[in-house]
Design a protein around this ligand. Structure first.
Ligand code: GTP
Ligand code: SPV
Ligand code: MN
Length: 592
């Protein structure tokens, strides 16, 4: 299988000349090809077969211990003008970047096979979908891309028909962290990644294409490429609403995308369209429609269990790849939080003997599973609809232990963009060396392929073009009490905030105006099946004036980074917040 498309063949030839592989293999995506790659990786130890009774067709992979998460400091956006990449991206001039990385690619595939992977992001027959080709020397990347994207012959046929595709070149190199780069050339629709075999650094369809290159294309073509889950909510009357939600990495997207309505929600159903990325386009009527460009989940393992996310657990019974989790003696997997008590004995993610209390985690905190989306029990019947699903609300939120209420609604679209532009989050294990607390606008700080000031302006302009713009809401599941314990039960009970959001956009739920936005009163939320006293609720909704003013003051420096690129609305919204806070009591509380 080679291609009819001359530009693709020429690029493959050029790459082969540079990287000097022993063999070139064009991936057709077939079952036979997948089986052969897995057999080869099982033989050389790259994959370990799990127990075929409990986990048929499942595999464990242990990555190099220094290669376990995204590396933001080595991830570059290489535009001709530095201003186009913005202060939110590390930048290098394209000529210098190509020279630097091509020197590392020279001869990097000697003795290896070069795989050519044609893939489609999104349903193969959707006009919203886009294609790419990843060239890699990692068979682990090939088998993961086969789960995460529509890969192989049908994608190649679409590429030949369309004549355009995103070029992604990847080599694991020698996994030396000093010779590792993840570079994006949005003006050339090109990605070059070397020195890492890990998820977001190596599966180039995901963050590199679908978000960094995708957001660049979306801006110039009038659509949105977002770090958002997509879910559907159906109430007992059979009325269905779709929402998209942006939470930063390891802040709850996969969990929220597949929540099971809690006790008290009999007759309600939540369905999953996607758990990480959304491509959203206005239709001819000016309604936003979203597709999930992915075909699988690359989800966080730790914390996933029968109680927190039963749908995820059920997804993982077969046909999955586990990366950096622990192995039991029966050939099963384990991670922190899977069971309350750890098994008495395990092989940890680095391959060492492990016993409870030995002082090391058994699974890496950023250990992950790769699983086919079609296996998610809650998958929505329309998840592959080429037209996408209509979006009625956007939800944004970070992991913030202090200050912000459980849920509130923006006053209007521009205020919603401001709420998303200023959201922050505490560090997680999804990326190496994150600051303890940082602003992560729209959960896109590591993924926006252009100047974040322009990105906010793009969001504002999309909103202006919509006759019925979706509501924008902010949530925070992670508020902690003085003992450091989560106040909100989270997980399935997040349904209570979700129901309020759905009812708000349908115009049938109450709220009061707080300095931050529209907040539900205790009586505006459905508490059936949950013991959560009003006093406790008041605690996570009240607004401390001084803390609010300090937050607004801190946003000055955040906004200043963007200079002329900052849309005027952002600073005006900040001043409106200050004005509201200055008129509010020292502690703003719900009166009812
Ligand atoms: P990425 O795949 O990195 O983009 O992460 P994600 O946003 O999909 O996060 P995920 O749903 O995998 O959750 C990350 C961690 O947060 C897991 O350990 C979850 O158990 C935990 N988590 C998710 N939802 C909640 C919640 O409502 N409350 C609390 N306390 N923890 C949660
Ligand atoms: C994230 O970090 O947001 C992920 C995992 O979803 S990765 O594919 O590494 O980006
Ligand atoms: Mn993510």
């Amino acid at each position: 299988m080679t291609s009819q498309l001359e530009s693709l063949n020429r690029w493959v030839d050029d790459v082969a000349r540079l990287t000097q592989p022993d063999r070139i293999h064009w991936c057709d995506g077939s079952e036979a090809e997948n089986r052969a790659l897995i057999a080869q990786m099982e033989a050389d130890g790259t994959l370990i077969a799990l127990n075929p009774q409990t986990h048929p067709n499942c595999w464990l992979h242990r990555s190099h211990p220094s290669d376990v998460a995204r590396v933001e400091h080595l991830t570059l956006v290489c535009t001709k003008e530095q201003e186009d990449a913005g202060p939110n991206n590390h930048w290098m001039a394209p000529a210098e970047a190509h020279a630097k990385i091509d020197a590392l690619f020279a001869g990097s595939m000697k003795g290896r096979t070069m795989y050519v992977i044609p893939y489609c992001m999104g349903p193969i027959d959707s006009p919203i979908s886009r294609c790419g080709v990843e060239i890699t020397d990692s068979p682990y990347v090939v088998v993961n891309m086969r789960i995460m994207t529509r890969m192989g012959a049908p994608a190649l046929a679409r590429i030949e028909r369309e004549g355009t595709f995103v070029k992604g070149l990847h080599s694991t190199g020698d996994l030396d962290p000093d010779k590792r780069w993840i570079m994006h050339f949005p003006e050339e629709l090109t990605i070059k990644s070397i020195g890492s075999g890990y998820g977001g650094n190596a599966l180039l369809g995901k963050k590199c294409h679908a978000l960094r290159i995708g957001s660049w294309q979306a801006r110039s073509e009038g659509w949105l490429a977002e770090h958002m889950l997509i879910l559907g909510v159906e109430n007992p009357k059979g009325e269905k609403t779709y929402v998209a939600a942006a939470f930063p990495s390891a802040c709850g997207k996969t969990n929220f995308a597949m929540i099971i309505p809690p006790k008290g929600y009999e007759g309600w159903e939540v369905t999953t369209i996607g758990d990480d990325i959304a491509w959203i386009k206005p239709d001819a009527m000016g309604r936003l429609h979203a597709i999930n460009p992915e075909n699988g989940l690359f989800g966080v393992a730790p914390g996933t269990n029968e109680k927190s996310n039963p749908n995820a657990l059920a997804t993982l019974h077969a046909n999955c790849i586990f990366t950096n989790v622990a192995l039991t003696h029966d050939g099963d997997v384990w991670w922190e939080g899977l069971t309350e008590e750890a098994p008495s004995h395990l092989i940890d993610w680095t391959g060492k003997e492990w016993t409870p209390g030995c002082g090391r985690p058994a699974a890496h905190p950023n250990s992950r599973f790769t699983a086919p989306a079609s296996q998610v029990p809650s998958i929505d019947p329309a998840w592959e609809d080429p037209a996408g699903v209509p979006i009625s609300a956007f939800i944004v939120g970070g992991r913030v232990s202090k200050a912000f209420p459980l849920v509130f609604q923006s006053f209007d679209w521009a205020h919603g963009v401001y709420l998303a532009a200023t959201m922050g989050s505490e560090a997680t294990a999804a990326a190496v060396g994150q600051a303890a607390m940082r602003r992560d606008p729209f959960a896109m700080l590591p993924f926006c392929g252009y100047n974040m000031g322009d990105y906010w302006a793009h969001w504002l302009s999309i909103g202006r073009s919509l006759p019925e713009a979706p509501g924008i809401f902010r949530v925070n599941w992670f508020r902690k009490d003085e003992n450091g314990k989560f106040v909100w039960p989270g997980f399935g009970d997040n349904m209570r905030a979700l129901e309020w959001i759905v009812n708000r956009v349908k115009g049938r739920a109450g709220a009061v105006e707080s300095p931050y936005g529209w907040v539900p009163r205790y009586a505006d939320l459905n508490w059936k099946g949950l013991e959560f006293p009003k006093a406790k609720y008041d605690e996570i909704v009240k607004v401390d004036r001084e803390k609010g003013l300090a937050e607004a003051a801190d946003q000055v420096a955040h906004f200043a980074q963007f200079g002329d690129k900052l849309p005027k609305e952002m600073e005006l919204e900040r001043q409106l917040l200050v004005a509201r806070l200055e008129r509010s009591p020292a502690v703003w509380e719900l009166v009812a």
